[in-house]
Design a protein around this ligand. Structure first.
Ligand code: ADE
Length: 226
């Protein structure tokens, strides 16, 4: 899996390579991360990548030319999907991550400021993706979130396939509560059934808790799971 990220803050993305299971994925060559500085592609003489919006209004808009040229520079194969991170995009969920994890290469465009010239979408973008109904200052954190979600689905990144399968959102259910040592902490005890070692009972308890928690916290998911 190859990630190509186009950003005005390459160092921010670069740091992401160095931590946790994702670090291992890059070391083991399960994935590759290429980072491109948008400013390297601008033809504007002061290296600007943004300008004032036509029609007026506050803030700046990121220009089409640097994004267009950066994507043209990177893109060779039709298989590459170009994703623009924007609060106007389709909302990210586990199904979308699974779909992305089956691709060979994605190019992530990180917007900043008040927005991105609409012609970026028109000319080079395949999918616009939002990570949720809130506004962030840019697409860098969303890009890292997408990469993180994809990486842990790639074979060999998370050690136990089961731990990926049993998690929240597989089957549209939230995960059951987990405990580790000690068996008692202040007045809080680990549920008896988990200590007993009866695997059938444990499985039943966990399923029941998953149902209860999903029904209470995410009735929308619960209805989907039925
Ligand atoms: N850029 C700013 N806010 C965003 C969001 N919620 N999702 C994706 N990209 C964004």
């Amino acid at each position: 899996m190859i990630f190509d990220v186009i950003t005005i803050f390459p160092d921010l993305i670069f740091e992401y390579k160095n931590y946790g299971v994702t670090k291992e994925a890059f070391i083991k060559n399960i994935a590759q991360l290429n980072i491109y500085n948008l400013r390297d592609f601008t033809k504007e003489k002061h290296k600007k990548v943004d300008d004032r919006p036509y029609g007026g209004g506050s803030g700046m808009v990121m220009m089409v030319q640097p994004f267009y040229d950066a994507v043209k520079f990177i893109k060779e194969k039709e298989k590459q999907k170009v994703i623009l991170l924007t609060p106007r995009g389709e909302k990210l969920n586990q199904d979308k991550l699974k779909y992305f994890s089956g691709l060979e290469n994605i190019i992530l465009l990180c917007g900043r400021y008040e927005g991105v010239d609409e012609r970026v979408s028109k000319s080079v973008v395949d999918i616009e993706v939002s990570i949720g109904d809130y506004i962030l200052s840019g697409g860098e954190l969303p890009a890292m979130i997408i990469m993180d979600g994809i990486l842990r689905l790639l074979p060999g990144v998370v050690h136990s396939e089961d731990s990926v399968k049993l998690e929240s959102f597989e089957d549209d259910l939230l995960e059951f509560p987990q405990y580790t040592r000690p068996p008692e902490f202040m007045e809080f005890k680990v549920p008896e059934v988990l200590i007993g070692g009866n695997h059938k009972e444990i499985k039943k308890w966990r399923e029941q808790k998953s149902f209860e928690i999903t029904k209470k916290r995410r009735p929308d998911l619960f209805d989907k799971s039925l």
